[in-house]
Ligand binder design. Structure first.
Ligand SMILES: *Cc1c(COP(=O)(O)O)cnc(C)c1O
Length: 410
């Protein structure tokens, strides 16, 4: 990494903070130190910033200000949604429907619930990563209390048909939660049009600070409001209307709001710009590098997500070699998280384990330039070629493991 410029193409893992957000957070760390629930003026000032932030964030998804609950992360928002709804509704039913390509922040809570007498349906996806809404409708029973389908996938970028899912959930009177951490601020979201009841988001995927998230909870109106279908999973002081107690991170939240405001202002222009870069990479790589193919949906995908499979080599090695060239990317192979299991997302779209291990995720961001992409495309072929030369699976010798093709190994 001694090159003058390091090219960061891993914005799906986390984003650098926007300098305008850093400025906002720094200002509030200095000035807005009060506890937002204190009565004195310093506390009141923090309370006002909190209120304003709630408004800004709500406006990005066409929600009511009071339906935004700040959390410490996207993971925490997912956990509150899942455990809060299931524990409140366990008398009504014990069945939940989700997809087989969820983030671990959804998948693992559901695995815990399966140990606690809940039944979880993990809907399959097609080769592009889309669920079939027909499967969803067929899976609903009178015991179903929650449908949780991610808005956009973090590995392959596929965007699910939110509006259709929302109307199915509504028709059957089942709560609909979506993990929108990857989609929030990148694609238009309207919780009313999409009939979303609960939605998770996180600031650090949006050029905001790490450790700040939110859960949108639709106030079902009438008397009890959200208290009727969800309960807290933590108990303490009364912050965030008891839903998420603990002194509120007002400077971080002000940064989250700034990030949301910028995302709203720049979304149209920025997504067009990123789609151009995305398409440039996909076209160039699949046309110029042999045995490479796109993972995920060709069009229904996040503007910033590219996921390409390379036969005969490991994604992990590609990432490490690119890093030596001063380029940060990621692999769908869970080897990177110290496990030998291939990505559950890539196997769910039908890739064989060895194919799933050979994938590369390139995720663009606000600060990615065309020059960065050109530099990446200049370095990538050499990396792939070098690794394939060393690969025991490389073309021509790939049949060495197959009984019927011994002749091919010479
Ligand atoms: C990053 C991510 C999360 C977790 O968010 P944190 O704020 O890091 O806890 C959850 N879901 C998806 C889809 C993500 O990409």
């Amino acid at each position: 990494m001694n090159d003058s410029k390091y090219i960061y193409l891993d914005n799906a893992a986390t984003t650098p903070m926007d300098p305008r957000v850093i400025e906002e957070v720094t200002k509030h760390f200095k000035e807005t130190y009060g506890n937002s629930s204190s009565l004195h003026s310093v506390g009141q000032k923090a309370g006002q910033i909190l209120l304003k932030s709630r408004e800004t964030i709500a406006s990005l998804i066409n929600a009511n200000r009071d339906d935004i609950f700040f959390t410490s992360s996207g993971t925490e928002a997912d956990n509150i949604a899942i455990f809060g709804v299931t524990s409140k509704n366990k008398e009504r039913g014990n069945h939940i429907i989700t997809s087989s390509i969820e983030h671990h922040a959804i998948e693992n809570p559901y695995k815990q619930l399966e140990k606690r007498e809940f039944e979880v349906t993990f809907l399959p996806v097609d080769q592009f990563g889309l669920i079939a809404t027909k499967d969803l409708e067929n899976a609903i029973t009178d015991k179903t209390i929650l449908i949780s389908i991610m808005f956009a996938n973090n590995e392959i970028g596929t965007i699910q048909p939110m509006k259709k899912i929302g109307s199915i959930a509504k028709k059957h009177d089942v709560l609909f939660h979506t993990d929108a951490v990857q989609a929030f601020g990148k694609v238009p979201i309207d919780v009313n049009e999409m009939k979303i009841d609960l939605l998770s988001a996180s600031a650090h995927k949006l050029y905001g600070p790490k450790g700040v998230g939110m859960l949108y909870i639709r106030n079902k109106g009438i008397r009890e409001g959200w208290g009727k279908f969800i309960e807290p999973i933590m108990y303490g002081g009364g912050h965030e209307r008891d839903m998420r107690p603990s002194t509120v991170n007002v400077p971080g939240i002000a940064g989250f709001a700034k990030a949301a405001e910028l995302a709203k202002e720049e979304m149209d222009e920025e997504s067009l710009r990123q789609i151009k870069l995305r398409e440039k990479i996909i076209k160039w790589v699949t046309e110029n590098i042999e045995d490479s193919y796109l993972n995920g949906h060709p069009t229904q995908r996040l503007p910033n997500n590219v996921n390409i499979g390379f036969r005969y080599i490991e994604g992990e090695s590609i990432v490490l070699d690119l890093d030596m060239e001063g380029i940060a990317a990621s692999t769908g192979s869970a080897c990177s998280s110290k496990s030998l299991e291939p990505s559950h997302v890539l196997t769910a779209i039908g890739l064989k384990p060895e194919e799933a291990h050979g994938s590369l995720r390139v995720s663009l961001g606000r600060f990615t330039t065309e020059e960065d992409i050109d530099h990446f495309l200049e370095k990538l072929p050499g990396v792939i070629e070098r690794l394939r030369k060393m690969s025991p699976l490389k073309k021509g010798v790939k049949y060495m493991f197959s009984d019927s093709n011994h002749e091919n190994y010479h």
